[in-house]
Design a protein around this ligand. Structure first.
Ligand code: FPP
Ligand code: MG
Ligand code: MG
Length: 438
């Protein structure tokens, strides 16, 4: 079975919403600056997997199959997302009735966009397209757009942090536009995502989604390594090549949890060290990948008026699926070529990051400890680690761990949702996480 079929199948149930997703997002992120528009929309121009919005939409449909008697009527939010007065309505002021190309400093200062086709705002939803027929509420649809905006912002920043020069088979945002523009575009996307979150007018949803942004940053911080490449304060932009500037190592020993035995006064056995390292890795994985997924699943359930037990199951589903997703990502970094991934492969070891396959090898081969501690920075470290991962079946063991999380996610679906096409599609999507090749 080709990946295309795998990903297409579940999409067909929500294809209408998925087809307008990118267009609606572009309507939410228009700015008064044409170059900023170019950078912010850059990652939306190529076909990403769009797993996160797909999950939110399918879950929303599956939640709508829960009988009304089991939902809190007062909490089902069928209202439309309020129109944005600044970005969606044409200004009456003559000053702003200018062609898109003429951008006044006032537009930028006041965050008011000049009139151009982007100002129209997202597509309005005709009444019958949601609730009765498709089960997806307008605010759940907006939630799907928000989660993809936050994810894309994090990718723009991630590629700067990881010095990646490709994504989705073409130059990364930083390679195409410079680090500075990629960072600012990510910040802008987050700003607009925040506007959209607040316009959902649900304090619990606002808190969850805002926290998911903070979680992404915490996760990335847990992954920062004390290497010269991390200490870079800038890169030389040399054409399309980004060259790291050699700089002094940062001394942040008190935050260095990679090798737990280094912590003050702790004498741990090898097994305890491995156990702590796995705990740290899974927590980091939750924060950097699963938090956004699990919190958006929780929000989809909240908006549908689901019971507290169902809301919790939806959150657990997102958490388990998210961790499974990142475990597979960390596996593919070892097993698939950069050409097939559309982004650099073998990147984690080069960045000094030890993921599950390495931790499994380290459990059997304590001699990997010093290599992990020095972020694989000495000659031959990367090769020695790859050999050890191979010898100790690090990839196969990671796959088994990913399968455990997949099974827990499948159980969460069965425990919280009645049988339906949408639930089957979610099960299919959950299963296909493990067979994906990119
Ligand atoms: C991809 O991981 C990156 C993430 C899952 C999260 C990145 C988060 C940040 C950079 C924090 C800043 C967040 C915001 C919202 C601006 P990866 O590098 O392992 O995967 P890759 O192979 O796709 O690059
Ligand atoms: Mg990366
Ligand atoms: Mg990264």
């Amino acid at each position: 079975v080709t990946p295309k079929i795998l990903w297409n199948n579940p999409i067909s149930l929500v294809s209408k919403e998925m087809n307008t997703l990118a267009k609606n997002i572009v309507a939410l992120i228009g700015s008064g600056h044409p170059v900023l528009n170019k950078v912010t929309s850059y990652y939306f121009e190529t076909e990403g997997k769009k797993v996160r919005p797909l999950l939110v939409l399918l879950l929303s449909r599956a939640l709508s199959e829960i009988p009304m008697t089991e939902r809190n009527h007062l909490k089902i939010d069928k209202s439309d997302v309020p129109e944005d007065p600044i970005y969606s309505k044409p200004s009456q002021n003559q000053l702003f009735q200018r062609p898109a190309s003429s951008i006044s400093p006032l537009h930028i200062l006041h965050g008011i966009k000049p009139l151009n086709p982007l100002t129209k705002g997202p597509e309005p939803l005709p009444e019958e397209t949601f609730d009765k027929q498709r089960g997806i509420l307008p605010k759940q649809r907006r939630l799907a757009e928000i989660v993809e905006m936050i994810h894309t912002a994090s990718l723009l920043h991630d590629d700067v942090i990881d010095h990646s020069d490709t994504r989705r088979g073409r130059p990364s945002g930083n390679a195409a536009f410079t680090n500075k523009m990629a960072v600012l575009a990510g910040d802008f996307l987050l700003g607009r995502a925040t506007v959209s979150i607040s316009r959902l007018h649900n304090p619990e949803v606002v808190e969850l989604m805002s926290n998911s942004i903070a979680n992404l940053v915490e996760g990335e911080f847990m992954q920062l390594k004390n290497t010269s490449i991390d200490a870079d304060i800038d890169t030389i932009e040399n054409g399309h090549k980004l060259l790291p500037v050699p700089s002094k190592k940062l001394e942040v020993k008190e935050h260095d949890f990679r090798v737990p035995s280094r912590q003050q006064g702790l004498q741990l056995s090898h097994d305890q060290i491995i156990e702590t390292a796995f705990e740290y890795y899974i927590h980091k994985t939750y924060l950097k990948t699963a938090a956004l997924i699990s919190k958006s699943c929780r929000c989809a359930a909240i908006l549908s008026g689901a019971s507290p037990a169902v809301i919790d199951e939806c959150y657990d589903f997102g958490r388990n699926l998210g961790i499974c997703f990142q475990l597979v990502d960390d596996m593919l970094d070892f097993t698939v070529s950069g050409k097939d991934l559309g982004k650099p492969s073998g990147a984690d070891l080069k960045l000094g990051i030890a993921t599950a396959p390495v931790l499994f090898a380290w459990k059997e081969d304590p001699s990997l400890g010093p290599l992990i501690s020095r972020n694989f920075s000495e000659r031959g470290d990367v090769e020695k680690t790859i050999d050890s991962v191979r010898l100790h079946n690090g990839i196969a063991k990671t796959k088994i761990l990913a399968e455990e999380y997949r099974d827990k996610a499948l159980q969460n679906l069965r425990d919280s949702l009645p049988e339906s096409d949408a639930r089957s599609a979610l099960e299919f999507l959950t299963n296909s996480i493990l067979t994906r090749r990119k």
